[in-house]
Structure formats: C-alpha cells, structure tokens
Design a protein around this ligand. Structure first.
Ligand SMILES: CC(=O)N[C@@H]1[C@@H](OP(=O)(O)OP(=O)(O)OC[C@H]2O[C@@H](n3ccc(=O)[nH]c3=O)[C@H](O)[C@@H]2O)O[C@H](CO)[C@@H](O)[C@@H]1O
Length: 394
C-alpha cells in the first residue's frame, strides 16, 4: 500500500506546542509521510519543535498586515504548496489566521481537512475576534473534527452546517503538558506564593493592559504574593507592560520561556492569572487555580469544575479575586483539584490512529467517504471504545 501524505499547518506557539505530540504520533505510523508548513505568523517555531520531518517555510512578510490581507496571502501560498505536494489530508489546529488560511487553501484544492481542537466556542463573534469566526469556518469545512471534550462535540452537533466526522479525543495540549512535566525533575515546592501571569490577547491591549498592570502593582504591594510574568514575544504587547511593571521588586518580568521552563514555572506556582486558552487547560490539569483575564471563555468545563474563574480586566475585581484566594483556604483548595476534563494525555495517539484508519478506508473505498451522520448524543463519552465505534461507521 502506498504512503499517505498528511500535511500540518503551524503558525503560532500554541499550535506548535499542541501539534507536536500529534506530529510525533503520526511519525510512528509507517503508512504516513508528513509535511509541516510553517506560515511565519510567529517566527522561530521550527527550531522549537526540532522536527525530523519535511518542513516548508512560507516566506515571512515583515510588518503587521490587516488580518484579512494576511489570511488571503497565507491561503494563496498554502494552496500553492498543496498543489505541489498534494496531501491526502491537511491538518490545522485551533483558531488562528494560519489555521483558517490552511483550511481555506485545502478547501480550494479539494483536499480533506482535519481540525484539531475542534468545537471550541465563546458564542461571541467579537470575542475573541477573529478566532471565534475562524474556528466556526474551519469546523464547517472539516472532514475530521477532533473535539477535546464532549462539550466541544456538542457545539459541533448543534451546528447543522458541520458535516464532517466528529471524534472526542481530549486536547493534545495535555499530552504536551504531561510529557514536559514528567520529563523534568519535580521542582521543589516554592516557599513563596508565586502568581504566574500571562497576557497577550488582542482584545486586552491598550487600556485593558494598563488596568491589568495597575492590579498587578496593587497585588505585589499589598498581598503576600510575588509575580512571575513571562512576556509575549510581540513588542506591541510587551512594551506597555515593561513600562508599567519594570523594576518592581516583587514582579519578575521574564523573556518568553521555553515550553519546558513554562511548565516548570506553572508546576511551582501558587496560582495563574492569564488571558491564555492553553493556560486555562494546563492550570486545570495541574490543579492550580486559574483566574481568567477575560469576560468569556471557551473552557466552560473548567468553570463548572471550579478550576477557573472569569475575573475580567477591572483592576479592583482582579485584586479582590486574588485577595480572596489568599484569604480563603477553602476557596483555594476547591480551585486546586487537578482535573482531566481537557484530556488524559493520550489524545495524540488516539487522533493518529483515527487518521490512519480513515485514510486506509478512503483508499479502499476509492473515494472520500460521504460525510457520515454526526455522532448521536449518547456517543459522547470520553473513551476509546467510543472512538472505535465511530470508526466502524466510516
Ligand atoms: C481563543 C483561544 O483561547 N485560543 C487559544 C490560543 O492559544 P493561547 O491563548 O493558549 O496562546 P498563548 O497564551 O500565546 O500560548 C499558550 C501556550 O504557550 C505556553 N507558553 C506561554 C508562555 C511562555 O513564555 N512560554 C510558553 O511556552 C503555555 O504554556 C501554553 O501552552 O490560540 C491557540 C491556537 O489556535 C488555541 O489552541 C487556543 O485555544
């Protein structure tokens, strides 16, 4: 039997972190050859991933273009790559401009699409923008949809324009987290209460960043907490933060950390304050309370399990929520229970086996299987037996 070609599009740090476990799992399948397309949306990712598969680097266009222009440019360049290498399946991850451009390029060329981390919704088209629109568009074009949780799968089932095969697999980000956590010596417990902070979202730039920094100064000045703040690489994000927080004795501004360093910092942390999607999932799996610097989240499962709380960006509210964690051990303990709601660390091999089985069936059927009926609600259980039942139907 011939080798199948599976191409993956990578544009940002979270895509690199969350796709690496799947790329490694696919590499262990002899029938599959891979091509990794780096779009340059964020530079330096290939060296971070240390891949030994074929990689393609799209030319980086300096300067910050409007989102629509970037999407069009990336779509055209990825379509040209697809024309050259004709993959049997194109994988995209999440909700970035690179992901939606990759899916559109595959759509243009009639190449089947696999969406990793499918089904996340904030149900607010403007927050986050353009991510909410991106992931809806991708899900409606995708042939294989890998939903991290049953809630995400429910979102897909509720959208009658989603026609692909839905699988509940867990989030590959938890695979990456556990691999990084278990590959380093367990750090000694930190005597100090360290609050890990990250802030990078477009909607939090400007006044909201200043409000968040005002809260951090009050926290560092008045609460028994020190702050470790790994800065985002984007100068427009980090500059105002450096101006407001630089030099504060109880606030450590850090250069962007490697993933392993970041996992070590989170493992040692007392709590996490962030607008990041990935950190909400990681804090939940590690059992660290996560306060979210947003008004909405796609991780409703972790609100239900009281692992995360939405605190928004009002400085007084942020200070009060961190203060309550300090003053209320019962609340702190309740938010510190590790939960596998976002995955058990085996999502990547699960997805890889689904892909290998699906490609083989496509080959045997000599045609792309018609989009089968979405899975029924009673299929939404989180185990491998369910996945194999779904595959039988392909
Ligand atoms: C709407 C939304 O929520 N979308 C999310 C967004 O991703 P995000 O919000 O998680 O983005 P960031 O916060 O930039 O990355 C976080 C990762 O980086 C690690 N990290 C952090 C600081 C550091 O110094 N070193 C590191 O290694 C950290 O542990 C974590 O794993 O887009 C992704 C792609 O579409 C989606 O998957 C994801 O849903």
């Amino acid at each position: 039997m011939r080798q199948f070609v599976v191409a993956s599009v990578i544009g940002t740090r979270p895509e690199a972190i969350k796709m690496l476990p799947l790329i490694r799992a696919l590499a262990s399948i002899p029938a599959i050859a891979q091509k990794i397309v780096f779009t340059g949306q964020q530079p330096g990712l290939a060296s971070m991933m240390k891949l030994d598969t074929e990689t393609i680097h799209l030319p980086h266009v300096p300067g910050k273009a409007p989102v629509g222009q970037s999407r069009w440019r990336l779509r055209a360049m990825i379509a040209a790559q697809i024309k050259r290498s004709g993959p049997d399946l194109l994988l995209v991850h999440g909700d970035t401009t690179s992901a939606v451009a990759g899916a559109l390029a595959a759509w243009d060329r009639g190449v089947p699409i696999g969406h990793v981390e499918a089904g996340l919704r904030s149900f607010d088209p403007r927050a986050p923008w353009p991510e909410e629109g991106n992931r809806i568009v991708i899900d409606r074009m995708a042939d294989l949809l890998f939903a991290p949780t049953s809630d995400a799968a429910d979102n897909l089932l509720d959208d009658h324009l989603v026609k692909g095969r839905i699988f509940i697999t867990g989030n590959t980000g938890i695979d990456a987290l556990f691999a990084a956590r278990d590959s380093t010596r367990k750090p000694p417990p930190s005597a100090e209460r360290t609050l890990v902070v990250t802030c990078h979202r477009k909607e939090n730039q400007g006044r909201r960043t200043r409000d968040i920094c005002t809260a951090l100064i009050a926290i560092a000045d008045r609460l028994p907490v020190s702050i470790a703040f790994p800065l985002h690489a984007n100068p427009a994000v980090r500059r105002p933060i450096e101006q407001m927080l630089g030099g504060h004795p109880r606030i450590r501004l850090l250069e962007p950390l490697t993933y392993r360093e970041m996992v070590r910092l989170m493992t040692q942390s007392w709590a996490i304050l962030t607008d990041s999607g990935g950190l909400q999932e990681e804090g939940t799996a590690l059992g660290r309370p996560v306060l979210v610097l947003r008004d909405v989240t796609e991780r409703g499962e972790a609100i239900a399990s009281d692992n995360i709380r939405l605190v928004g960006t009002d400085p007084d509210r942020i200070f009060a929520e961190v203060g309550a964690l300090c003053a209320n051990p019962t609340r702190y303990r309740a938010m510190s229970m590790p939960s596998l709601t976002f995955g058990d660390g085996r999502a990547a091999p699960r997805i890889a086996s689904i892909i290998a089985e699906w490609l083989a069936r496509c080959e045997n059927s000599r045609a792309l299987p018609l989009p089968a009926q979405p899975i029924s609600a009673n299929d939404l259980d989180h185990d491998d037996a369910m996945v194999s039942r779904q595959l039988e139907a392909v």
